[in-house]
Ligand binder design. Sequence first.
Ligand SMILES: C[S@@+](CC[C@H](N)C(=O)[O-])C[C@H]1O[C@@H](n2cnc3c(N)ncnc32)[C@H](O)[C@@H]1O
Length: 250
Amino acid sequence: MKLSIGLKSLLLQLLSLGLTYLLLFAIQFFWGASLSIFLALFLHCCIASVAALVLRFDWWWGVIQFSFPLLVVFFYWQSLPSFVYLIGLLMLSLLYWSTYRTQVPYYPSKSTLIDPLLNLLPVAERFNFVDLGSGMGGLLLDLSKRNQLGQFSGVEIAPLPWLVSVTRALFYRSPVRFYFANYIDLDLSQFRIVFCYLSPAAMSELWAKVSTEMLPGSLFLSYEFVVPGVEPDLCIELAQDGSMLYGWRI
Ligand SMILES: C[S@@+](CC[C@H](N)C(=O)[O-])C[C@H]1O[C@@H](n2cnc3c(N)ncnc32)[C@H](O)[C@@H]1O
C-alpha cells in the first residue's frame, strides 16, 4: 500500500515521539537524570527532522518536521478557545481538500508568468483555454482581461479556492468560467490550450490523459514542472525569477 506524504509525516512525528520517550527513559535509567520539557521538545524536533532527511523526504519536510511540534506546543500554551481550532481546521480542509490524495496543494503562480503566457496565446482567432487546478482564479482573470479572443475556463477540486474564484469572476463581471470538479473527469479534447501548475507527483498521470485526449495542433503548458521522460518543445525561462514555463505541441 502506498502511503501519502501527509500520512508518512504523521507517522514520522509519532515515531520520533516514541524514540524521544525511549531516550528520556534511558537517560533516567542509566544516569538518573531527567531532561527539561524544552530539551525533550528540542530532541523530538531534531529526531523528526533528521529522520525526514534520512528517509529522503524533500528537504523542506525537514523544516516542517522540526517546526510542527514547536507550533503545536506554542498554540497549546496560548489557551485559545476550542472553536478557533475548529474554524482553522475547517478553513484548511476547504483549502487543501484532497491534497493528501492528489499531492497538489494550493499555491498561486507568480505574476511573472502572465506576459510569457500571453505571448503564446493566439491573437487572430478564437480559442479555448483551461487551467487544470485553477486555485483562486487570479491567473485566468488576468489573462482574460488582456486577451479577448480566448474562452478561459478553470477546474478546481478544492471548495474554498473555487468559491473565491467564482466570487471574483462575479465581482469583476468576468466571462471566465470556474468549475468545481476533478480535472481527471474533464475531456481535454475541447481545449486548444491546456495549462497546469501542479506538482511533480501529478505529471505522469496527466501526460497519459493529455496525450490520449488532446487534439493535434493543440498545446499543453506546464509551469515549473516537467513531464518525466518527455522532452518539452518549449522551455521559457521567466525573466526575473528563473522559474520555467514548459510546453508540448500535440
Ligand atoms: C499550485 S495550485 C495552482 C493554482 C493556479 N493554477 C495558479 O496558477 O495560481 C494547484 C491547484 O490545483 C488544484 N488541484 C489539484 N489536483 C486537482 C484535481 N485533480 N482537479 C482539480 N484541481 C486540482 C489544487 O486544489 C490547487 O488549488
